[in-house]
Design a protein around this ligand. Structure first.
Ligand code: ADP
Ligand code: MG
Length: 390
């Protein structure tokens, strides 16, 4: 049943994709197959319980028969009074009824144990990474130097595939570093490691010289780093609350200040209900660019020393990309920025550009230097000029 629901849920929530590829029939087949499997399992369980109940019933009724037979014999030989026999019969019937109940309960217990074991499996999982605990750096000392030293990393689910191997990278505080490269080369992984969503296998990543493993993960994500990714996630509350999510204790004024910095204030004010406008499924539909600017405002509200942008503009059309890019250029001031970009035109003015290929840095330098090299970067730019951006 669990797997059946999963298939149905996936198909329904991705209905557009299913439609777009005309896969309704295949999805239906998948669903039927899973349902049939669930039916078979349920049938087996039913049979098991049925046999158990039949067995206990035969046994119990047999006991009544034997009692009557034996009792009759004892009565006829005057070893037992009728009253005693009745009392005995009553007693054995009470026992029979209770045993019958137990056999019914038995089925429920089995089902309960099966469901319960799944719950406890999750409850007993030990988090591999603590949520809290560790050093913090005071706001005034925090500069935002990021350095990777001999980092080797593979995802826990795929240990044999090394994503980064002896990876070294230095991002001086206040500089903008761009990471480019075809997809699947480990760009997002670099960002995930700075956010400490995963721990490195070997080597270390430092923030201002402190290994991030020694820093408080909550502090790191809440105060030091701001992450903006391709798909902004907004919650079904007001615009105000969605931005305030970045730093829950901030005032309305601070929220508006962040929105202005993110080029979001004007369009928010143009809504009839302004900052109280509801977003999400039952609220106003925002365009991709508007959502992204709200997400930027949310990240800026933290005033993070390090801003991580993972393809923040690649889901947008050229028009909104310009507005969002403009907001991001403003946001870069006074911070360390690591930007991953799909469109190379957006990162030409970065201080350092690194080209990542199969988890290794193959080229590094400014736009001019890399263009002169006629290597990977040059090839990537060339490809994007051939095929119009998008
Ligand atoms: N959560 C994950 N578990 C296992 N492998 C992953 C995970 N995320 C990404 N990968 C693998 O890591 C490699 C690099 O992925 P990624 O860093 O997302 O590349 P990019 O951002 O450059 O497109 C890919 O081969 C991808 O299949
Ligand atoms: Mg990526």
């Amino acid at each position: 049943v669990e797997k059946t629901t999963a298939v149905a849920d996936e198909a329904v929530s991705n209905i557009r994709t299913v439609r777009a590829f005309a896969m309704e029939d295949q999805e239906q087949e998948l669903f039927v197959a899973e349902t049939e499997l669930a039916m078979l399992l349920n049938e087996n369980l039913g049979f098991g319980i049925g046999w158990f109940q039949a067995g206990t019933n035969i046994f119990l009724n047999g006991m009544v028969l034997i009692t009557l037979y034996m009792g009759g014999y004892l009565l006829s030989t005057d070893k037992l009074s009728p009253g005693q026999l009745m009392a005995y019969l009553m007693a054995s019937q009470t026992i029979q009824r209770s045993l019958g109940q137990i056999s019914l309960l038995f089925g429920s217990v089995i089902r309960g144990l099966a469901s319960g074991s799944r719950v406890f499996e999750y409850m007993n999982l030990q988090p591999t990474m603590p949520l809290r605990g560790g050093k913090t750096i005071s706001e005034f000392d925090l500069k935002g130097d990021i350095e990777f030293t001999n980092v080797t990393f593979s995802y826990p689910t795929r240990r044999q595939q090394c994503i980064l191997k002896d990876f070294n990278l230095k991002v001086p505080a206040g500089k903008t570093l761009a990471i480019v490269g075809a997809s699947g080369n480990g760009k997002s992984t670099v960002v995930a490691l700075i956010e400490r969503f995963y721990d490195v296998n070997c080597g270390e990543i430092t923030l201002d010289g402190h290994d991030i493993k020694t820093l408080d993960p909550s502090w790191l994500r809440q105060r030091a780093l701001g992450l903006i990714s391709q798909e902004p996630i907004l919650f079904g509350t007001s615009v105000m609350e969605n931005i305030r999510y970045g730093r829950p204790e901030s005032t309305d004024e601070e929220v508006k200040e962040a929105a202005k910095l993110a080029n979001a204030h004007d369009f928010i004010c143009s809504f009839p209900r302004g900052y109280d406008t509801l977003v999400g499924e039952r609220g106003t539909t925002l365009s991709g660019g508007q959502k992204q600017r709200i997400a930027i405002a949310r990240a800026l509200l933290k005033n993070p020393a390090v801003l991580l942008l993972d393809e923040a503009t690649s889901a947008l059309d050229t028009e909104s990309e310009k507005i969002v890019q403009n907001a991001l250029d403003k946001a870069r001031k006074g911070r360390t920025v690591i930007v991953i970009a799909h469109r190379l035109s957006t990162i030409q003015n970065a201080d350092i550009i690194v080209v990542l290929h199969k988890g290794k840095i193959v080229e590094m330098g400014t736009h001019e230097e890399l263009t002169k090299m006629h290597g990977y970067y040059w090839t990537l730019t060339y490809q994007q000029q051939e095929v119009p951006a998008g």
